[in-house]
Ligand binder design. Structure first.
Ligand SMILES: Nc1ncnc2c1ncn2[C@@H]1O[C@H](COP(=O)(O)OP(=O)(O)O)[C@@H](O)[C@H]1O
Ligand SMILES: O=c1ccn([C@@H]2O[C@H](COP(=O)(O)OP(=O)(O)O)[C@@H](O)[C@H]2O)c(=O)[nH]1
Length: 295
């Protein structure tokens, strides 16, 4: 029995040991059957249960200190490209859910390596416990060793761009509940022809086994069926900032900066120039929310 078979059989078990939450999505793609990762896989010895499968039932981080912006958009919309630019200008930590999954897949001894490989190749959404725990772990270690000494990262504070997540309703609700409530969503929209063209081009050098036409088609389907409901959910809450990502990269980024500046207390220039000493000057702002009133 392969690891995938073992995990799948655990998923389909009726055992009460299988983790369930009240936040399950109705938006499961029609072509796949996805269940949660069991918190205590039946056949495992204790060491094989990865930390990645146990989620808290209350928020791990204080939302007054830790700001999370979700970055969503179809595959190839330019999420990673724009995030990289924002990191330079606004001192965000960029966490790509897809990158974290690929790292976990490549980690020797990972229980979920084969499972992640199959889900990514099929364009399906990896069970939420794995992805959320990877994100939470990455956030914890970033906060423990902040990427810089700017005011945004003093005294336990931090600001994260979470890229390519949440892609399914259960993830969205569970992250808000168990990690920290997100502030808003940057949503990059464009059309499928552009996405396809970009992904095929990226596929020439990315080394990703899902940047091929067959996987891309599946990813598009998952995006429409499973991820767009997440965008719609946040849209109803007034939390979506939609940006057309069809124009050239720098043009898109100009729009992104305008939107971000409106929502953060400091502009990119101010933030970029902030040093430890100016942070001290601003220390009285510590408890102030980083974000302007809800959009
Ligand atoms: N606005 C843009 N115009 C043209 N090409 C772009 C644009 N944004 C991104 N790209 C290119 O498209 C590909 C996909 O972008 P990427 O940021 O990796 O997308 P995502 O993270 O949304 O999957 C990359 O090769 C990138 O260089
Ligand atoms: O929260 C997530 C994010 C990504 N993925 C998987 O990782 C793949 C690649 O995602 P990534 O964001 O790296 O790339 P994109 O599809 O946006 O180009 C997706 O198709 C999914 O299979 C996932 O299961 N859950």
């Amino acid at each position: 029995m392969t690891v995938i078979d073992k995990v799948k059989s655990a998923f389909t078990s009726d055992s009460p040991e299988t983790t369930t939450t009240s936040t399950q999505s109705n938006a499961t793609p029609s072509h796949t059957e996805e269940k949660n990762v069991p918190s205590h896989p039946k056949e495992s010895n204790a060491k094989s249960v990865p930390e990645t499968a146990v989620l808290s039932d209350k928020a791990v981080f204080d939302q007054n200190k830790v700001t999370v912006i979700f970055v969503l958009g179809g595959p190839g919309a330019g999420k990673g490209t724009q995030c990289e630019k924002l990191v330079n200008d606004y001192k965000f930590k960029h966490l790509s859910a897809g990158d974290l999954l690929r790292e976990e897949r490549n980690r020797p001894g990972s229980t979920y390596g084969e499972l992640i490989t199959e889900y990514i190749r099929e364009g399906k959404i990896v069970p939420q416990e794995v992805t959320i725990k990877l994100l939470e772990n990455a956030m914890s270690s970033t906060l423990a060793s902040p990427p810089n000494t700017t005011n945004e990262w003093l005294n336990g504070k931090g600001r994260f761009l979470i890229d390519g997540f949440p892609r399914k309703m259960d993830q969205a609700l569970k992250f808000d509940e168990s990690v920290v409530k997100s502030s808003f969503v940057l949503f990059f929209s464009t059309n499928e022809n552009i996405l396809l063209e970009r992904l095929l081009e990226r596929g020439k050098t990315s080394g990703r086994d899902d940047d091929n036409k067959e996987s891309i088609v599946k990813r598009f389907r998952t995006f429409v069926e499973t991820s767009m409901p997440v965008v719609d959910y946040y849209r109803k809450l007034g939390k979506v900032v939609e940006i057309d990502s069809s124009p050239p990269i720098d043009e898109v980024y100009e729009k992104v900066k305008i939107e971000i500046d409106q929502r953060l207390n400091s502009s990119s220039t101010q933030t970029s120039n902030t040093t430890q000493s100016t942070s001290t000057t601003n220390a009285s702002n510590d408890a102030a929310p980083i974000l302007a009133p809800a959009i």
